[in-house]
Design a protein around this ligand. Structure first.
Ligand code: NDP
Length: 614
């Protein structure tokens, strides 16, 4: 790796170099032991897809479907999914003068994950200045550095209003199938509302973590108390609301929560304040770094120059992926570890006069050890009960799991009504009609909250998605051995179809909407070009696609593929990745900044290299 690679930020790997310090050896042995006891042979197969009785848990209880006639028209662009991917792409199309755009979503409104996830305490861990897309275009100032879920949902609605994306949208509408019709050069949509319409172009914004899944705990279906997943919070049962009103109906209730990931740690503080007793069932502790939220100063915000958000986006992405900039505009936990690694690399290169891979590894290990020591020390300073504090300490490298940031989560354990039930990496043993079993002890519960997360991956990489049939194949058949695309956006054999995602593209996980902003701009430029030239077909050139696929395939495994990490969805639950898993999750090998830069040049060249227009 060269210093240029370093600047591009290509160090998402886990070094293989043998540790040299005794303490590091001990630490690694501890990490390995903690990991090994969590490995499950079923890997991601341990989770339950909510079908049958569990399907009821995932109905849209937030909105009644609006009565409407079935639609049988033809639109220029149909966008599947009205979360940020669909909204941003719709906005980019409108900005490019393409007005005939239709959003389709199962949900009763736009917003995607921010429509569904209304659990108490929901907020975004990524700074709003970069997370909320199109702030300048919508004239929006975030209320704080990190904003609550309801503000993000309101912003999604504002994008839809600003760019007239509610016009023509089909909400509370599930897609049954999408089929390419060669004669008319159109995609035909059939939906669960009886719609039968066509679209010249389709864009798939179905989200990387859109489908909830349940923990594979025996007896889950036997529980007779109230049970819901965090993405369908039942405020009728708990009282309170998503805006922070206390959950007054929980005062005499014993509440259990399973899951201590990014969602679980956000719900625990409000639950701790409201529940008669709260039992937090923990399999693996999250790393909880400081939040340090603060309001945004309107006077300062007003001084930002036009174009500021794009600068902030690239600044955050550059620093977060290990590159260099003069200034850290966002300054938070996401950029902190990268900053430490960079500083160490610079110091070591200066000291030794050359850059080597060993320097990179040394800097990475030392920075991560230091960061994780701080995170474990923070637990001790906050949590008063020593045994509880010990169980809350994470023993893995920070990026093995999704890092979390909170200033009330650890504090919640100091309340006498809050009980950490640590399962020593094994998870809850069994559920029965009245509660949960751990270590042979039964915990009586009135209410069980499942903060068990989501299926990871593109809906169309799995059989569970709705069928999309291209010229002669289903997309799931085409991708039976893993995704194959050009730029993460196009698939040969599926003309006029775009994927709005992160895989085989920038793969920037710390700020997902940034991926969508760039994808939306690319899609808009292609549709505009087809519109202007009268092309009825745009399609990936098979040779260009094969080259891109080979590039993605040749990429080293990112931290997503690391089997030395404690299991989680970042690393395929600790199971080695085959080609399919690698192709479904890998990004552009040079990193997010290089991908965004390359795609911008690609768009601006106006040559659309690799795309065939007919
Ligand atoms: P996760 O998949 O991150 O967490 C699931 C949790 O359930 C884990 O703690 C897991 O334990 C636990 N679990 C699973 N099975 C069992 C079991 N049998 N017994 C006990 N515990 C079990 O889901 P989340 O909903 O927390 O987060 C999903 C993603 O959503 C995040 O990573 C993030 O990307 C996104 N998110 C983003 C937010 C933001 O700020 N932007 C906020 C919230 C979520 P284990 O760790 O051992 O596997």
């Amino acid at each position: 790796m060269s210093p240029a690679d370093l600047r591009r930020g290509s160090f998402h790997f886990f070094p293989k170099k043998a540790p040299t310090m005794t303490t590091r050896e001990e630490l690694q042995a501890k990490y390995r032991a903690e990991r090994d006891k969590r490995i499950r042979p079923e890997g991601a197969g341990q989770y339950i897809t909510p079908t049958g009785r569990f399907a009821e848990l995932f109905a849209d209880t937030y909105a009644e479907p609006v009565a409407r006639d079935a639609v049988t028209d033809d639109v220029e662009v149909a966008i599947v999914g009205a979360g940020f991917s669909g909204l941003v792409t719709g906005a980019r199309l409108k900005q490019a003068g393409i007005t005939d755009v239709r959003l389709i979503d199962r949900a009763g409104d736009v917003g995607g994950v921010w429509y569904w996830n209304r659990y108490p305490g929901a907020m975004c861990d990524t700074a709003a200045m970069v997370y909320l897309p199109l702030l300048e275009e919508t004239g929006t100032m975030p209320s704080a550095k990190y904003v609550p879920g309801y503000e993000i949902f309101a912003h999604a609605q504002k994008i839809a209003t600003t760019f007239s994306l509610y016009d023509n949208a089909l909400l509370s509408t599930g897609i049954n199938s999408i089929t390419w019709e060669e004669d008319s050069k159109r995609w035909r949509f059939l939906t669960d509302r009886g719609d039968n319409f066509t679209a010249k172009f389709i864009a798939l914004g179905t989200g990387p973590i859109a489908k909830p899944h349940l923990p594979g705990i025996s007896g889950l279906e036997e529980f007779q108390g109230e049970m819901f997943h965090t993405s369908r919070w039942n405020y009728n049962y708990t009282g309170g609301d998503r805006y922070g009103a206390p959950m007054t109906k929980l005062g005499d209730k014993k509440v259990g929560i399973i899951g201590t990931g990014a969602t679980g740690i956000q719900c625990v503080p409000p639950l701790a304040r409201s529940a008669g007793e709260l039992f937090v069932f923990q399999r693996t502790p999250s790393s909880i770094d400081v939040r340090n939220n603060h309001a945004i100063d309107p006077e300062w915000f007003a001084t930002l120059p036009s174009g500021w958000q794009n600068e902030w986006l690239m600044n955050f992405t550059t620093l977060q992926t290990g590159g260099f900039t003069n200034e850290d505009l966002v300054k938070d936990g996401w950029t902190d570890i990268s900053q430490r690694i960079r500083d160490r690399v610079v110091a070591l290169v200066t000291e030794r006069g050359e850059y080597t891979l060993e320097i990179q590894q040394e800097a990475y290990e030392a920075s991560d050890d230091e960061k994780m020591e701080e995170i474990r020390a923070r637990v001790e300073t906050i949590v008063k009960d020593r045994e509880t504090a010990e169980h809350l300490k994470p023993w893995y490298r920070q990026l093995c799991k999704r890092p979390c940031f909170h200033d009330e989560y650890l504090q919640a354990y100091n309340a006498p009504t809050v009980h950490l039930v640590d399962t020593d990496g094994q998870g809850v043993e069994r559920i029965d009609a009245t509660g949960a079993w751990v270590g042979g002890v039964h915990y009586d519960l009135d209410c069980l909250v499942l903060a068990s997360g989501f299926e990871v991956g593109n809906e169309h990489t799995k059989e569970s998605g709705f069928p999309i049939r291209g010229r002669d194949q289903l997309l799931t058949e085409r991708w039976a051995n893993g995704m194959e695309t050009l730029h993460g956006l196009h698939v040969n054999g599926f003309p006029n179809m775009f994927i709005i995602g992160i895989s085989q593209a920038a793969n920037l996980v710390s700020n997902i909407p940034h991926n969508f902003l760039e994808a939306g701009a690319t899609i808009a430029s292609i549709v505009r070009h087809a519109h202007d030239t009268g092309a009825s077909i745009t399609e990936a050139d098979p040779e260009a696609q094969a080259e891109w696929v080979a590039l993605i395939e040749s990429a080293g495994r990112s931290f997503f593929g690391n089997t030395e990490c404690t299991p989680g969805y970042y690393n395929n639950e600790g199971k080695a990745m085959g080609r399919k898993e690698h192709m479904n999750s890998a990004g552009y090998p040079e990193g997010a900044v290089a991908y965004f830069t390359m795609m911008q040049q690609w768009r601006e060249s106006g040559e659309f290299e690799g795309i065939l227009f007919a």
